[in-house]
Every structure is written in structure tokens, then in C-alpha cells.
Design a protein around this ligand. Sequence first.
Ligand SMILES: Nc1ncnc2c1ncn2[C@@H]1O[C@H](COP(=O)(O)OP(=O)(O)O)[C@@H](O)[C@H]1O
Ligand SMILES: O=P(O)(O)OC[C@H]1O[C@](O)(COP(=O)(O)O)[C@@H](O)[C@@H]1O
Length: 328
Amino acid sequence: MIVTLTANPSLDRTVELPGALARGEVQRAVAVHQESGGKGVNVSRALVASGLETLAVLPGADSDPVLSGLHDGGVPFAALPIGQALRSNVTLTEPDGVTTKINEPGPELSGEQQEALIGLLLDRSRGASWVVLAGSLPPGVPADFYATIARRLRSNADGTVAPGIAIDSSGAPLAAALVGDAAGKPDLLKPNAEELAELAAAAGFTNVYTAEQLEADPAKAAQAAAAVVASGVGAVLATLGSKGAVLVTADGAWFATHPPIKAVSTVGAGDSSLAGYLLAATQGGSAQDCLRQAVAHGAAAASLPGSTVPAVHQTTPDAVTITALQKD
Ligand SMILES: Nc1ncnc2c1ncn2[C@@H]1O[C@H](COP(=O)(O)OP(=O)(O)O)[C@@H](O)[C@H]1O
Ligand SMILES: O=P(O)(O)OC[C@H]1O[C@](O)(COP(=O)(O)O)[C@@H](O)[C@@H]1O
């Protein structure tokens, strides 16, 4: 069972434009897609699509459209009512594949609600193989929320094997994943190129690379990710948009790429990559198998509209090429 926590879920509305986005003009949409979203929610949706056992833990009232969407989509969830509506995030997609995202801050969570959400997660993740802590943190939640949860998940394991802990976030909550003792650090981090640039700086990596440089050169991405692994993180799966992804563990570094696809909407591509990685990991796959399935899932997600997530049978792992890289 893979449990996901989405502290700041969203109703994802993807608006398809007929041409390039024209600022200041009236434009008519050609189609609109609406999905329950947020990073952990998307990972759970992708796992359900491939028949894996998962539970999405999140705040929200039963009547909230995000939860109704999960219910209708057959995604198991455990929700903490917070007395406020969840946020809506809007994505504008252009015919050439360019996507523009506008993410709301989301409803504030009080200290009591944060504690109740952690309690719900601890309770529902007993015996889980992985716990995924994903997405931005809503207003009121401290940046070290995920590190606190990681520590409590490990102490909660109480003699049994603690779950693997994966974090996919950005900004301060992501940087906070590198601070403090080993018990608060994740087994897996999933940054994109921009997040890897920030993370490497937070890990004290002295070569300052931009996100563009990291996407263009997997060797640079592997060096940056290796600096993050050296700071005490188990593994880094750095996704590099259309270029593919780099995986760095204590044992090695690999780059994986998929032949070009026609990108329709990249929303949820990163979350699908993480789901692909965990799918292979729970089936006992090697590091390279996990990376291969991550890139296959990401490419399939980018070729689907809105934040649609692929099932494993819609992915093409055999088309993925893997190359070993130097870590330093
Ligand atoms: N334009 C694209 N063409 C092909 N694959 C893509 C494209 N954009 C994303 N992907 C796939 O999705 C994965 C995650 O995308 P990325 O943009 O790096 O993450 P995030 O969605 O977290 O920002 C990539 O590693 C790749 O496999
Ligand atoms: O919590 P954040 O950082 O605002 O991101 C939430 C948004 O990211 C998504 O999870 C998509 O993420 P990816 O495109 O990175 O896979 C959307 O479903 C959601 O609207």
C-alpha cells in the first residue's frame, strides 16, 4: 500500500486555448478539463489507474468537488474536514504544448488541523510500503512540516519496518527536507530542474547551475543531485521535462530519455513520474527499472490532456534509453 499526503489539494481546471495565450485579450476556450488534483492526489490517481493499492490523505469536506472527484474516480481517500473550500488551480494549454499554471495559495490550516492531519496520516499509514508527502504547504503550515512528519512516521513504526518516505515539493518546504537529523530526511526526493537548482544550492553545491543548464546537460544534473544525496537523502529522481530524468542513489547515477512525444499537457507529468517510480519499486525493480518506469509514465502523462494520468499499459518503458553517469 502506498499512502499519499496532499496538504494543499486542488480542483485542477485545464483550459485549452485555440492559439497562443494573448495577454489582455478575450480568448475562447476550445475545451475545459476538470480533475481532482494536487501532487499526492495525482500520484494516488496514477497508482489506482495501474491497479495498485493506495490511499490519498488530504484535508477537505465530503461535499468538496475535489473529494467528489476522487469518489467518482474510485480513488480511496481519508479526509480531514477543515470547514473551508479547497483551492482551484488553473492551467492554460496552447496548441504547441506550452502550459501556463496559476496555483492558488489554498485555505489556511490551523495548528490543531495540522496536528489532526498528521494524526490521520500516521494512523492510516501503518504497514504502508511508501508514504508520499507532496505539493506546496497551505498558509499557516511551517516549512519543516514534511520533516516533522518523516520523523514521526519513523518513530511510529515502533519496531516494524518504517515506510519509504518520498517528498515532492518546491521552495521552502523542499529546502527544509535537507535540514536536521537523518530521521527527518526522505528516502526519495523528486525535484524538477528548477527545484533541483534550488535544492543543490541548499545542499551547499558550489557549482551554480540554472534550471536550463541542468535540463540541457544530464551530467550537470547528476552532479547537483549527487550533492543532495551527499547531504543525507536516500535518492534523487530529478525530472528534466522533455529531456527525461536523472536518478542518483548512493550506488550510482543514471540518465533516462524517451523518444519525443507530442506534448498535450504536462500538468501532472511529474506526479506520474513519481507514481511510475514507486510502481516499479514496489514490484522489486532495480534503480534502473524504477527510473525507466518513471520516464515512461512522465512521457505518457505529457501526451494526455489536462491532468490525466496514464495507466501502466499506456506507457512505453521499452522505448526508454538508460545511460550510466558519473556522480562527481
Ligand atoms: N514535453 C515533454 N515531452 C516528453 N516528456 C515530457 C515532457 N514534459 C514532461 N515530460 C515527462 O514528464 C516528466 C516530468 O516532467 P517535469 O516537467 O520534469 O516535472 P514537473 O511536472 O514536476 O515539473 C519528465 O521526466 C518526462 O518524462
Ligand atoms: O502544490 P502545488 O505546488 O501548488 O502544486 C499543485 C499542482 O501541481 C499538480 O499536482 C501538478 O503537478 P506536476 O505538473 O508537477 O506533476 C496539480 O495537480 C496541482 O494543481
